[in-house]
Design a protein around this ligand. Structure first.
Ligand SMILES: [Mg+2]
Length: 411
């Protein structure tokens, strides 16, 4: 089998996403995805990656992914964070895995060695509908303040608004749907006021009132995960975490700058619950440093940002070696979720799947041929070949689609 074409697909309405399809001479097509700053990613994929990939055997996906990561001569290698190169490589890598599964007629989880489970517990990230999915900076990601007047008539799936203004209603809605874990970021608003240098007592109490309202509504039936987006210095991060833990917290995520390994370990030792990191820096070398220091308990890497399923599988095995769990990140696009679920179906140390109900109820379904079933707080990884789904015909026929192919399309 030979690669005959590398295609990027963008849809104006969801313009932060880039899908990649790899076409072969046997008609098998693999689908990948990455997210954010799409134009330079698309340019990188066509100018730099596609000429290398054309004519190669896609079944040699490890060799191809390794070259994309390390071959300086071909100008592939990016910095091991969220560089354009690593994101483009991630999308290609996921497409190669999907293609591999589709060519062999089995799901990725089956080909990895089979399933440990048919469903996995999910947590809901409390984001708004369409959160961040357009290029416009801050699209539907505004950080709201409890001290500002609450908007009227917040509708279902505007979970970012609800986590600030109506956290009890949000927790109740989720619990009524069977969802028993929710992720919120009630302290971001205070960090943005002074660059995370400190938090005032009044701010701390205002932030904590969110937990109080949730506990008053649903008792201990809801696990609460706090996202800090790496906004805090160490001292206030510890102060917040310790205060919040009085309400029972399931995890703290990215509390401080993620490149400060020793500070992460100090944070971890100063608190009583598990520490999750990181969708931003979570590559294999990053976890080597974190696990070695006992700094991270839950690996929530983003495969569309840190190297694809190849990197994700390696991180998952490294976590296994350190007796730690994985819960890969997805608040971005449907293909990332499908890739996460294949890994989670297979790995013994799968903890939870990150899902966003406003995405699953919303735009994910409008672009994919199939979505995983969600019920009673669990999500079922797809069982079809590769990732189990593709972009659907309606999406591919949209007037606001932009397709670019280097080489030839197989379909
Ligand atoms: Mg996060």
């Amino acid at each position: 089998m030979k690669i005959i074409g590398v295609e990027t697909i963008q849809i104006e309405e969801f313009s932060n996403l880039v899908w990649v399809r790899i076409h072969t001479d046997e008609g098998v097509v693999g689908l990948g995805e990455t997210f954010r700053n799409p134009e330079p990613v698309v340019a990188y994929i066509h100018e730099t990656c596609a000429p290398f990939l054309l004519g190669k055997d896609p079944m040699d996906r490890t060799a191809l992914s390794h070259a994309l990561r390390h071959d300086v001569g071909n100008h592939f290698t990016g910095f091991a964070t969220r560089s354009i190169e690593i994101r483009g490589n991630s999308a290609i890598d996921i497409a190669l895995w999907d293609l591999w599964g589709k060519a062999l007629g089995h799901s990725i989880a089956t080909l990895m060695g089979g399933r440990m489970r048919d469903k996995i517990r999910l947590y809901n990230t409390c984001a708004n509908s369409g959160y961040n999915n357009r290029v416009r900076a801050g699209y539907n990601t505004q950080i709201y303040s409890r001290s500002d007047p609450a908007p009227k008539n917040i509708s279902r799936n505007e979970d970012l608004l609800m986590q600030v203004y109506e956290p009890a209603r949000l927790a109740r809605e989720l619990l009524d749907e069977g969802i028993t874990a929710m992720k919120i970021w009630p302290f971001d608003v205070y960090a943005l006021r002074n660059h995370g240098h400190s938090i005032r007592t009044s701010e701390l109490k205002e932030g904590l009132s969110v937990f109080e309202e949730i506990r008053n509504e649903v008792g201990d039936e809801m696990d609460i995960l706090i996202e800090y987006h790496g906004l805090w210095q160490l001292a206030p991060a510890i102060e917040i975490a310790r205060a919040a833990e009085e309400y029972g917290i399931y995890w703290h995520e990215d509390p401080i700058a993620l490149d400060a390994f020793d500070d992460l370990a100090t944070f971890k030792q100063s608190t009583n619950t598990r520490l999750a990191g990181s969708e931003n820096l979570g590559t294999l070398p990053w976890y080597r440093e974190c696990f070695g220091r006992g700094a991270v308990d839950v690996a929530n890497f983003d495969m569309a940002w840190t190297g694809g399923l190849t990197e994700g599988q390696r991180v998952a095995h490294l976590a296994l070696a350190h007796d730690r769990t994985i819960a890969p990140h997805d608040c971005t696009g449907p293909v990332t979720l499908l890739a996460n679920l294949q890994l989670l179906a297979h790995m013994p140390n799968a903890l939870m799947a990150e899902t966003v109900r406003s995405h699953l109820d919303g735009f994910y379904g409008t672009v994919m041929t199939e979505l995983p079933k969600v019920s009673n707080g669990y999500v079922e990884p797809l069982t079809g070949p590769g990732l189990g789904a593709s972009l659907n015909e309606e999406a591919l026929d949209r007037p606001d689609i932009i397709k670019r192919v280097t080489g030839k399309s197989a379909i």
